[in-house]
Design a protein around this ligand. Structure first.
Ligand code: PGA
Length: 256
């Protein structure tokens, strides 16, 4: 794992843009901006169909939006962790809420997390509740998502995983509202406690924790400073080169 001191900003392009031409334009512009970035690891997760055109660099790393747990074989439509690794992929989003909605199971998420770690890819495990209630039921959801995702991982892999807290009500253009820094901070502390309990660590676990959900170039700094996270998982804004570049530059000048 790279230095804990660097911010980690991950752009998830989801199923965008519609043409390779546009994807290349975005990538080239972000790559150019990333040469000015010093204190931040920048990762872009394009649709896998475009990956061939983007070679990751040390400043701008390549991530995948998913991966498959078998190395090779008769698994139509899937891309294996070994194929991704051989391609230079460093991070892989696992268990994004949009995949969970399509029926991704806790068991499959666990298989994906384990194969990513085995293949030296950092899994970015997305967790988050549908709704935030007043009785703390949402914390149980998050706990179950984390516990089930890391079943079978040994204690020394705790630094090799990333958790992204993404409350579903704050994600996407139809989000109900933004999460407050207090809500993010409180959940991050809780996630760290869950990890400590699972792994039996006395000190704060070294797992990087990201926040995702309507992050933009205007609120990124505030979320990082007040939310207690190590970085951000950015959806829509990662497709807007100007906004994403502004976000990266504003984050990069923040002290950790
Ligand atoms: P958003 O998406 O930034 O567009 O809200 C975040 C995500 O789904 O990871």
């Amino acid at each position: 794992m790279k230095s804990k001191q660097k911010w980690l900003i991950v752009g998830n392009w989801k199923m965008n843009p519609v043409s390779l031409k546009l994807a290349k334009q975005n990538y080239i512009s972000i790559k150019k901006a990333s040469t000015k970035i010093k204190n931040t690891e920048v990762v872009v997760c394009p649709p896998s169909i475009y990956m061939e055109s983007f070679k990751g660099t040390t400043r701008l790393m390549l991530g995948s939006q998913d991966l498959f747990w078998e190395g090779e074989g008769s698994f139509t439509g899937n891309i294996s962790y070994i194929q991704l690794k051989n391609f230079g992929v460093k991070y892989s989003i696992v268990g994004h809420s949009e995949k969970r909605r399509e029926g991704e199971t806790l068991e499959n998420i666990n298989k994906k997390v384990k194969s990513a770690v085995k293949g030296n890819i950092f899994p970015i495990i997305c967790v988050g509740e549908e709704e935030r209630d007043d009785h703390g039921a949402y914390l149980k959801v998050i706990k179950e998502q984390i516990e089930s995702a890391v079943v079978g991982l040994s204690k020394n892999t705790i630094k090799d995983i990333v958790i992204a807290y993404e409350p579903l009500w704050a994600i996407g253009k139809d989000s109900k509202r933004d999460a407050t820094p207090h809500e993010i901070f409180e959940t991050v502390i809780y996630i760290k406690k869950v990890l400590s309990d699972i792994y039996g660590t006395k000190s704060v676990p070294p797992t990087k924790i990201l926040y995702g959900g309507s992050v933009n170039e205007k609120n990124a700094e505030f979320v990082l400073k007040s939310g207690g996270v190590d970085g951000l998982l950015v959806g829509r804004v990662s497709l807007d080169v100007k906004k994403f570049t502004d976000l990266l530059l504003s984050v990069d000048k923040l002290k950790r």
